[in-house]
Design a protein around this ligand. Sequence first.
Ligand code: PMP
Length: 392
Amino acid sequence: MLDRLEQQAPDALLALIKLYAADDRSDKIDLGVGVYRTDDGATPVFAAIKQAEQKLVDEQESKGYLGPEGDIGFVHALMPYIFGKDATMGGRIEGMQTPGGTGAVRLATSLAKQAGVTRVHLGIPSWPNHAQILGDVGLETVTFEHARPDGSANVDAVLGVIRTGQAGDAVLLHGCCHNPTGVDYTREDWAAIAGALADSAVLPIIDTAYQGLGHGLEEDVAGMRSLLAAVPEALIAYSCDKNFGLYRDRVGAFYVKAQSGDQLDAILSNANALARANWSMPPDHGGAAVRKVLRDEAMTKTWLDELAGMRDRLRWVRERLAQADNEVPGLDLAPLGRQNGMFAMLALSKDQIGTLRDDHAIYMAGSGRINVAGLTKHNIEKFIAALADVTS
Ligand code: PMP
């Protein structure tokens, strides 16, 4: 039976990690893997999380089962950060914990399917797992262009999709810090998208995996909040794995805005059943640590400072790359300064990406996506010189 399974193509990024590890050049640069790095190239555990974990070790009395909703204290503690002061929007938003943002996307899309959605419109390029999850859930993916060649968001493309969409359609939007392009909608774009969705049968699904890594915690979700205020219902997938540095602990949450408080219960009972069938309940540790941080003023401040440090560093890298526009005439680097978050796409050919690897020990995805956080004050000048070399 199992011999009917065909060999799957190896994950390209994992193959890149192996190549990078095998390279013994001391000045090699890894721009492939999607984790934040400090100026020293490290991905440390946040100090706020270390403190919270210590408290958990000291104070946690049981590891008995929770329900499919996970640590509801964690789910609720995040809500003011995501949704603002009126965090339930009048009793219409509730959520549950999920295994990472990936679990939240899985739950949101499965629930959409259960509610009658058949097609999901997806701006491309997108995080590759979006299309993979949609396919696995049994939803048709219909693509549109996310970014224009000038490095701005193609708002007309998404507006067109929404205006012509019908009942049974959903649109999947990145809340901020778009992966892989870094190209976010402007405030005006979000207002236009919100207006179009308010007049449409298309269901919005918003994936927010990088809150706080763009311009600020509030700034990064302002567009999403304006959309949520305008639409009757929406599904939100959220990840804490970047903004709390918890990657392998798999910390995420799924939220729904319902048409009324009454409908919330029925919707969440379906989400609960789906969670039960998928993973029964999410891993506890990371969510519990985030709850501890957010319920303690001093730890919250430590976290906010750490997050601001990450954001400032990403901004510094982006500004240096944008400035280098003149030094690399063959590449349009200026838009990187206007884009957000951990990722950017460079318009490099396969050959140029290969030369960067072979001649300069610089590793990036074959799509030209770079992890901006892989650049530091120690290696960024080498990177810029290498770009000038391969594009001249
Ligand atoms: N959505 C997007 C857009 C992402 O980039 C990622 C992570 N790469 C996720 C969701 C999932 O994050 P997590 O690691 O929390 O599952």
